[in-house]
Design a protein around this ligand. Structure first.
Ligand code: 9WO
Length: 247
């Protein structure tokens, strides 16, 4: 899969996309990321990319002609979808990340401090994504978040041991608790069942604890998820534990 990123601050993309798993995926040719400077698509000798807003007011606006030229140059004949990162977008989640893995190419458009001319939104942007309800200085960090979340789902990017199919988020639940040695530290003990070697009991315990966390921290996730009979039973056990506590 290939990402083209359009930004006024290409240097922001240096570290995060070179390190660790994403860096390895790029080195192995599983993932391509090209970062383009919007300023290189300016027309004039001063390389102007923005202008004052019609109607007045604070801030500057990225110019429609410069952005259109940049988008068309970068996209070429590929018809790759253009994604604009902004707080006004649809909220990015694991389902959208999975959906995006079906695209061989994506163009990520980043504004920085300034908004883009609305005509770019209307005629070039295919999808507007927000990574959450807060305002940043630009779309660069959100673009890296999208690349990271999508790239780790691509075949071969994660090793077998850390396969994304094992993510509990993949099935709409928060993760279960994890432990490693020692089994007892200053009187803090690892749950007995995890030391038992009983795979079926361990699977069931993990599912229950994932459900518990989700129920306690993110009950909203349980409203949209299809629950199996086993999951419904475990949830009833959990609810019973807490109502027993209150009695
Ligand atoms: C700057 C500004 C200056 C004067 C008057 C109004 C103004 N609004 C903005 C502004 O919101 N700038 C944004 C910065 C323009 C688009 C790129 N920027 C951005 C993207 N901030 N936060 C995001 C973002 C993207 C995705 N998910 C969360 C946040």
């Amino acid at each position: 899969m290939h990402f083209d990123v359009l930004t006024l601050f290409p240097e922001m993309f240096g570290g995060p996309l070179k390190a660790s798993i994403i860096g390895k995926a790029r080195a192995n040719g599983l993932l391509g990321v090209n970062v383009w400077n919007i300023r290189d698509f300016a027309y004039d000798k001063h390389r102007i990319v923005d202008d004052a807003p019609y109607g007045g007011g604070a801030g500057m606006v990225l110019k429609v002609d410069v952005l259109a030229r940049a988008i068309e140059a970068v996209r070429g004949h590929s018809q790759a979808p253009i994604i604009y990162l902004s707080p006004q977008g649809e909220v990015f989640d694991q389902q959208i990340a999975t959906e995006l893995t079906n695209e061989p190419r994506l163009v990520l458009l980043c504004g920085h401090y300034e908004e883009i001319d609305e005509r770019i939104r209307e005629h070039w942007v295919d999808r507007e994504l927000s990574i959450g309800d807060y305002v940043l200085t630009g779309g660069e960090l959100p673009a890296m978040v999208v690349i990271d979340a999508v790239a780790r789902l691509l075949p071969g990017v994660l090793g077998d041991a850390t396969s994304s199919e094992q993510d509990s988020f993949q099935d709409g639940l928060l993760d279960y608790p994890h432990y490693t040695r020692p089994a007892s530290y200053r009187g803090l003990d690892v749950p007995e069942v995890l030391l038992s070697g009983h795979h079926e009991l361990i699977r069931r315990w993990r599912l229950k604890e994932a459900l518990r966390r989700t129920w306690l921290r993110r009950p909203d996730l349980l409203n949209t998820k299809e629950l199996s009979t086993e999951e419904l039973l475990l949830l009833r056990e959990i609810e019973e534990e807490y109502s027993a506590e209150r009695r």
